[in-house]
Every structure is written in structure tokens, then in C-alpha cells.
Design a protein around this ligand. Structure first.
Ligand SMILES: Nc1ncnc2c1ncn2[C@@H]1O[C@H](COP(=O)(O)OP(=O)(O)O)[C@@H](O)[C@H]1O
Ligand SMILES: Nc1ccn([C@@H]2O[C@H](COP(=O)(O)O)[C@@H](O)[C@H]2O)c(=O)n1
Length: 209
């Protein structure tokens, strides 16, 4: 049977990773769910200096290697393992590491453009948009980027006002219209996450429902 492909889009720090992780953990014992993060397909910038890397607009679709992402998703859908890139947010480029991902019953794609990019969208069986207010997203991003992504408070504020906010309005927010399911507030929406878990259960063990 072809794997079920679930796409989770939404603004930066809306809760996409948190929801995808919740789904994966629920089915950990059966290893039925694998997560593919669009962030891992940011273009390699190892040839650029750090000063040049910092200037990249990371919220524009051109920042991503969507061709490689689509090629690897098609491989997973065809039942083949992939060796995917791993992104290093501190260095603003691909890590030297890669990760082997085995095919699974359910593939969860999460990232800014998974509903906006037509070639990704048309492959999705279930399209989810995580709809979290901008002020909450900004606060979450500020805390996360300082703690985990090696950023300063001032750099997060500058990036948010110069690119993140405007690109969100241009590309991400309009992609909500493609969603089958809209989840307000992200990871704290237990009811919505339970509905997705039930759907996944019905796919991987249809006789148990
Ligand atoms: N419901 C929530 N309440 C509080 N913090 C949250 C919630 N959901 C996510 N976070 C935190 O916000 C940050 C961004 O969440 P994440 O799931 O990584 O968002 P995204 O993948 O959309 O960028 C993380 O540090 C995460 O722990
Ligand atoms: N070198 C980079 C690459 C990306 N970003 C930001 O990450 C955001 C996307 O990831 P989320 O987990 O927040 O969805 C995106 O908004 C980019 O601005 C970065 O800061 N540095």
C-alpha cells in the first residue's frame, strides 16, 4: 500500500514540529510514522561566507531545494529508503551529516511551504495548516532561536521585521486556503491532534476501529 502523506504547514513557530512529533511519538512502537522537515532542504551555502549567509532571505521559496525534497518524497512513496540532508541553523547551511530514512506507512511533511508549493501540495493526502497568532509565533520564535539556533535578541527582531513577517503574509498565510484541516494554536490543540491520530490509526490498523 502506498504511504499516507500528511502535510503540515503554518508560520514559523506556529507549532508544526510539535504536532508532527506528537504524531510520531503516538505510533513509536509500530514505527509507522516518519517526519520529513522542509527545513532540512534549505540550500547548501557552504561556499558562502557567514556574513553572506546571514543576508539570505530564508522565508522565500528560493531558499529551498524543493526539487531534491520532491525527488526524495517520491522515493519514499515508491517504498525506497532515502539519505536526506540535515540542516544546521547555527551555521546557516547544510550539516556534513545526512540521515537515512526508511519508508513507512505514514510520512508527515512539515514546513513553511508544504501547502504553497504546488508540486508538494498535489502529493498530499491530508493538508493541515497550523494557525497561530503572529504575536504568539514571534514570542515562541524569539525564545527558541536564542536558546536553540544561536541567535541574539536583536537578530531575531531584525529578521522578523525585515523578512519573516512580510514573507509570511505573501506566501504562508494565503496557503491556508488549501488546507483540509486548520489547527488553531498548534500543539496545545489536543482535540485536533487526536483527530489526526485517529485517522492515522485507521490507515495503519484498519481492523482496530
Ligand atoms: N502550544 C505551545 N505552547 C507553548 N510553546 C509551544 C507550543 N507549541 C510549540 N511551542 C514552542 O514554540 C517553539 C516553536 O514550536 P515548533 O513546533 O518548533 O514550531 P514550528 O515547527 O512551526 O516552527 C518551540 O520552542 C516549541 O517548544
Ligand atoms: N539559516 C536559517 C534558516 C532558516 N531560518 C528561519 O527558520 C524558519 C523556518 O523554520 P521554522 O521551524 O520556524 O518553521 C524561517 O522562518 C526562517 O526565517 C533562519 O532563521 N536561519
Amino acid at each position: 500500500m502506498k504511504p499516507l502523506l500528511i502535510g503540515i504547514a503554518g508560520g514559523s513557530a506556529s507549532g508544526k514540529t510539535t504536532i508532527a512529533q506528537c504524531l510520531k511519538e503516538e505510533f513509536e512502537q509500530t514505527r509507522s510514522v516518519v517526519i520529513i522537515r522542509e527545513d532540512d532542504y534549505y540550500k547548501d551555502q557552504s561556499e558562502k561566507t557567514m556574513a553572506e549567509r546571514v543576508k539570505t532571505n530564508y522565508d522565500h521559496p528560493f531558499a529551498f531545494d524543493h526539487a531534491l525534497m520532491i525527488e526524495q518524497i517520491d522515493a519514499l512513496l515508491a517504498g525506497q529508503a532515502i539519505e536526506k540532508p540535515v540542516y544546521d541553523f547555527v551555521q546557516h547551511t547544510r550539516s556534513t551529516l545526512t540521515e537515512v530514512v526508511e519508508p513507512c506507512d505514514v510520512v508527515v511533511l512539515e514546513g513553511l511551504f508544504v501547502l504553497e508549493e504546488p508540486e508538494l501540495r498535489k502529493r498530499l493526502n491530508i493538508k493541515v495548516y497550523v494557525d497561530t497568532d503572529a504575536d504568539i509565533r514571534f514570542i515562541r520564535r524569539l525564545m527558541r532561536d536564542v536558546e536553540e539556533r544561536g541567535r541574539t535578541l536583536q537578530s531575531v527582531v531584525n529578521q522578523y521585521t525585515e523578512t519573516v513577517r512580510v514573507m509570511h503574509e505573501q506566501f504562508i498565510e494565503p496557503s491556508k486556503r488549501y488546507a483540509d484541516v486548520i489547527i488553531p494554536e498548534g500543539g496545545s490543540n489536543v482535540v485536533a491532534i487526536d483527530l489526526l491520530k485517529t485517522k492515522i490509526s485507521s490507515i495503519i490498523s484498519p481492523n482496530m476501529l
